[in-house]
Design a protein around this ligand. Structure first.
Ligand code: NI
Length: 226
C-alpha cells in the first residue's frame, strides 16, 4: 500500500472509531447537568405609560440586558427526546423611562425565569455532536422591584410591582463531547415574557405600562453527563 493511501486509511479508520465511540451515547435515563454564563437580552416593547388609566402619548419603557450563572439540566426520556430545565441565579435589570423628558432609569428589578421544555435530539446516540431543539413553558417571577432615585427626582416617590409572566419558550442548543462525560454546550432561547408594571405614587396617581420583554437568552457552558 502506498504510504499516502495508508495514511488516508488510518485517518479514515480513526474517524470511524471516533464516530462510532459509544461513550457519548445519549440514551434513555441519561442526565446532563450544565453550567455557564447566561445572558438575558430583552427585545422590549411597551404600551405608553398610563396615569390613572390615561395614556401619555410618546412614552414607553426599555429594559437592559444582564448576565448571570445559568444552569440547565436534561433528562433523556428515550434516545431522542429529553426534558430540559433552565435555571439561573437572579437576573437584575434596569427599566428606562422614555418620553418623559430626557430618558431616565426608572425601575430596578430582579427576576427568575425557570423554563421547562421538551427537547429533541436528532443525532444517533453515538454522535459526539448532539444538537437539539426544544419547546416549552416559562414562568418568570419578578421581585425586589424598586423605583430609582432618578424616578423619584423626575416624578415622585412611590412603590412598583411587576406581574409574574407565564409564556412559551423555544430553544436551540448543542452539546459537544470533549471527554467521556464532559460536554461543551451552547444554547439560545426565545422566551415570551409579558408583564404589567404598576407604580403607586405617594402623591396618589397610579402609573401602569404593559411591557413585552420577550428576550433572547444566550448561554455558553460546560456540562457533565451522568
Ligand atoms: Ni410577548
Amino acid at each position: 500500500m502506498a504510504a499516502k493511501l495508508k495514511a488516508s486509511v488510518s485517518v479514515l479508520a480513526l474517524g470511524v472509531a471516533l464516530a462510532s465511540g459509544s461513550a457519548m451515547a445519549y440514551q434513555q435515563g441519561d442526565m446532563v447537568l450544565r453550567a455557564g454564563a447566561a445572558m438575558v437580552d430583552p427585545d422590549a416593547s411597551s404600551s405608553p405609560l398610563a396615569i390613572n388609566g390615561v395614556e401619555v402619548a410618546g412614552t414607553s419603557v426599555d429594559v437592559d440586558d444582564n448576565t448571570q450563572l445559568g444552569i440547565t439540566f436534561t433528562y433523556m426520556l428515550n434516545d431522542n427526546f429529553g426534558v430540559g430545565v433552565l435555571a439561573a441565579t437572579p437576573f437584575s435589570h434596569t427599566v428606562t423611562a422614555k418620553g418623559l423628558g430626557p430618558d431616565f432609569k426608572a425601575i430596578d428589578l430582579k427576576h427568575l425565569p425557570p423554563t421547562v421544555s421538551l427537547q429533541y435530539f436528532p443525532m444517533a446516540s453515538g454522535s459526539k455532536f448532539q444538537p437539539y431543539v426544544g419547546a416549552g413553558l416559562n414562568y418568570t417571577l419578578f421581585f425586589d422591584e424598586e423605583l430609582t432615585s432618578a424616578f423619584e427626582a423626575n416624578v415622585d416617590s412611590g412603590s412598583v410591582k411587576l406581574d409574574d409572566s407565564f409564556g412559551l419558550a423555544f430553544e436551540l442548543g448543542c452539546d459537544f463531547e470533549i471527554s467521556d462525560n464532559l460536554v461543551l454546550n451552547a444554547a439560545i432561547w426565545s422566551i415570551d415574557i409579558d408583564t404589567t408594571a404598576t407604580i403607586k405614587l405617594d402623591s396618589g396617581p397610579k402609573v401602569t405600562t404593559d411591557v413585552d420583554i420577550d428576550p433572547l437568552v444566550y448561554m455558553l457552558g460546560v456540562g457533565y453527563k451522568f
